[in-house]
Structures are given as structure tokens and as C-alpha cells.
Design a protein around this ligand. Structure first.
Ligand code: PLP
Length: 386
């Protein structure tokens, strides 16, 4: 099946009299009449569920569906994207090692590495993943590489295919945060990544109404990750799993519209008054355009950023003029939202660290939604007039 069909059907096998849409199963526990049967299910030798923290039918469907879409053997759904990242790192590197990571990581990921893993003995090396010479030397001696497919907020594309090949040559597992691209636009396992995680809170859910994470990879790594998630209690609840799977069904059409609207807004913003610079991976002249064409030929999604002259005051004026676009700290929903990295995703960094990443007081991140493109553009035009 192609990704569009897989998104609609993955994770479920329908037989006669199956409900077409999955039932929601909130049960925390299942009953058994046979001790051998219970033991076989608890060991994982027989399909079934016995306790909600260990497994649940709605969670299993979501795990299976995302695994199928990413081309993975198995998946683990967690209570948030951060929980997915945490169990992924601990499954791939159970003992302290050096983690080589993109320097423009999502702020929450940066905080996890610095505030939880560094005190536990892990070393971190934050590098420019778009510079393959830097990647090559950083990987020597590393125990794990962590990369986001589209950087946040300036939307640059590391060459994940080349990074995977360098990592594989050195025996370093590569964990990819594919939240911004989704398996519709890019499947990192196909180019050699070891495991892929998502904040399903974003595009997979797609409607700004749930918090969830999903991790996929080979059966051994997923079994280790699942065990950690079960032990630490970070598994995903049934209703959020049900909602995430419902969101996944329309992921293909949404990502195509997000991509079309994203590039249309990026091009239009370049002409708008006060906009000093626009960051979009497939924009003409973008440093990521060649990688975007090769790795994501069908589009790069709805994320972009721009620098506004006039800093925070100019950003505040734009926000107060918006009629349809909203300010919100998250992304990936059907609605167009803007975020202000200085006080949202990158608030944990010092001004100097933000400046080093190119995030200034005029930097605005946009999650372009699926509304009519001309109406999104018109809202920015009127909000930025004069
Ligand atoms: N990864 C990326 C790229 C994100 O943007 C986020 C959240 O914004 C996360 C991970 C964390 O996901 P969650 O908020 O679902 O824990």
C-alpha cells in the first residue's frame, strides 16, 4: 500500500462484523478464567491484554499503525513525545555514553539531555548536523546520535540519509525525531535510521486535542523501550490513543495541504513589509533546498519561521491584529498558529545561546494550517501592514 492508503487502514484487521471505526476500550484490566492463558498473554506468547499500563487495544492499534507507516517492525505509544524520546534514549543507550545531537533541538529535548541525562553521567555534544564534516568527527567515539528531520525553529534539513550512513559505518545508533515531517513526507528508517520518534501531539493527532508520543524501530529495540515505558508508567491512555489513530487516518491529505499552504505563505512573507528573512526548507535560495528535493520531494510540511524587524513590540502588534491566525505554543494542528520561540520552545536558553542558533527577538515560528491559503495570506498581509 502507498502511504495515503496505509494511513487510512494501518493497524487494524477487519473481519466480518468488525466495527469499521475502532471501539474505545477504557478497561484498566481484563479478566481471565485460565491461569495458563493469563501467563501466555503476560509473557507475550499469545495476543491479548491483561493490565492497562502494559497494553491496551487502542494503544496497540496506534503502535501498529505508526510502525506500518514508518516501515518499522514495532512501535511503542507513550503519554507524550518527551516520554517517547526518554524511553528511546534509555533503550538505545542504557548506560551513560556520549550523545551527539543537533544544536537546534526542541527545547524540551535539550532540557531532558541537560537536566536529567547529563547529571546521570551521559555526555552531550551539540553540533551543526547540516555540516557533514562536523558530524563525521563528532560521531567517532559517540554512543548515540539524535537528529530532528526539520530543525526548530529555523526549519533547516540535516541530510539524514548521509548522517545515517556515517553513523552506521561507526556502529552508532541514530534516533530521529520525525515530528515535523511525519512518515507521509519522510521515512528515516528507509535511509538507515535505527529508531524514529514522534510527538503525536502535533501532526499525527493533528487537531490540537491530545498529548501523545510514538516510537518505532526494530523488534528488539522496541521491546526494550516498551519494558522501560511500562516500568516507568509512561504508556499512553486509551482515549488519547483512539484520538491519535483517528488523526492518523487523515494525515496524508493534511500533510499535502500543510505543505502547499506552507510554501505559499513562505513566498508571500518574503514580500511583506517588516519581514527581514523567511526560513522554509524548500524556499528558493534556502540552504536546505537540495536536501529537501532529495529527501522530501513531495513537500516539507507546514513549518516555517521569519524574522520581523522591530523585535518583540512588532511581534506583539502583529499578534493583536490577527483575525484568524492564533498565537499558541504548539504546532501541527489544522489551524494556523504562530509561536514566539524566545518565550516558548527556546525559553530555557540564554539570549546568547539563542543568538548562536539565529533565534532573535523578532523570530516568529509559524505552523501553517489547512485553511484556505488565500485567507491565511490575507491575515498576515493585514497584520503586517504598515
Ligand atoms: N519533539 C519535537 C520536535 C517537538 O516539537 C515536541 C513538542 O513540541 C516534542 C518533541 C515533545 O513532544 P510532547 O510535547 O508531545 O511531549
Amino acid at each position: 500500500m502507498k502511504a495515503a492508503s496505509r494511513a487510512v487502514h494501518a493497524g487494524r484487521e477487519l473481519v466480518a462484523r468488525s466495527p469499521l471505526a475502532p471501539d474505545l476500550s477504557p478497561a484498566a484490566v481484563h479478566v481471565y478464567t485460565d491461569l495458563d492463558d493469563y501467563e501466555a498473554v503476560a509473557r507475550g506468547d499469545r495476543p491479548g491484554h491483561y493490565y492497562g499500563r502494559n497494553s491496551n487495544s487502542n494503544r496497540s492499534m496506534l503502535e501498529q499503525a505508526v510502525a506500518e507507516l514508518e516501515g518499522a517492525e514495532a512501535g511503542v505509544a507513550t503519554a507524550s513525545g518527551m516520554a517517547a524520546l526518554h524511553v528511546a534514549i534509555l533503550a538505545l543507550a542504557p548506560k551513560p555514553i556520549t550523545i551527539v545531537a543537533t544544536r537546534e533541538l526542541y527545547g524540551g529535548t535539550l532540557a531532558l539531555l541537560r537536566q536529567d541525562l547529563e547529571p546521570a553521567g551521559y555526555e552531550t555534544n551539540f553540533i551543526d548536523m547540516t555540516d557533514l564534516d562536523v558530524v563525521r568527527s563528532a560521531l567517532d567515539g559517540a554512543g548515540l546520535a539524535l537528529v530532528e528531520t526539520i530543525t526548530n525553529p529555523l526549519c533547516r534539513l540535516p541530510d539524514v540519509e548521509a548522517i545515517a550512513s556515517l553513523a552506521r559505518d561507526r556502529g552508532v545508533p541514530l534516533l530521529v525525531d520525525n515530528t515535523f515531517a511525519t512518515p507521509i513526507l519522510f521515512r528515516p528508517l528507509e535511509v538507515g535510521a535505527t529508531a524514529v520518534m514522534h510527538s503525536a501531539t502535533k501532526y499525527i493527532g493533528g487537531h490540537s486535542d491530545l498529548v501523545a508520543g510514538v516510537l518505532v524501530g526494530n523488534a528488539d529495540v522496541m521491546s526494550a523501550a516498551r519494558a522501560r515505558s511500562v516500568r516507568t508508567g509512561s504508556t499512553l491512555g486509551p482515549f488519547d490513543a483512539w484520538l491519535a489513530l483517528r488523526g492518523l487516518r487523515t494525515l496524508d491529505v493534511r500533510m499535502r495541504r500543510h505543505s502547499d499552504n506552507g510554501i505559499a505563505l513562505a513566498r508571500a512573507l518574503q514580500m511583506m513589509p517588516g519581514v527581514a528573512r523567511v526560513y522554509h526548507p524548500s524556499l528558493e535560495g534556502s540552504p536546505s533546498q537540495a536536501v529537501a528535493r532529495r529527501l522530501m520531494p513531495e513537500g516539507t510540511g507546514g513549518m516555517l519561521a521569519f524574522d520581523l524587524d522591530g523585535g518583540r513590540a512588532a511581534v506583539q502588534r502583529m499578534l493583536s491584529r490577527f483575525q484568524m491566525v492564533r498565537f499558541a505554543a504548539s504546532l501541527g494542528g489544522v489551524e494556523t498558529t504562530v509561536s514566539y520561540p524566545e518565550i516558548t520552545s527556546h525559553r530555557g536558553l540564554t539570549p546568547a545561546e539563542r543568538a548562536e542558533l539565529g533565534v532573535g527577538s523578532g523570530t516568529v515560528r509559524v505552523s501553517v494550517g489547512i485553511e484556505a491559503a488565500d485567507e491565511i495570506l490575507a491575515d498576515f498581509v493585514q497584520a503586517l501592514a504598515n
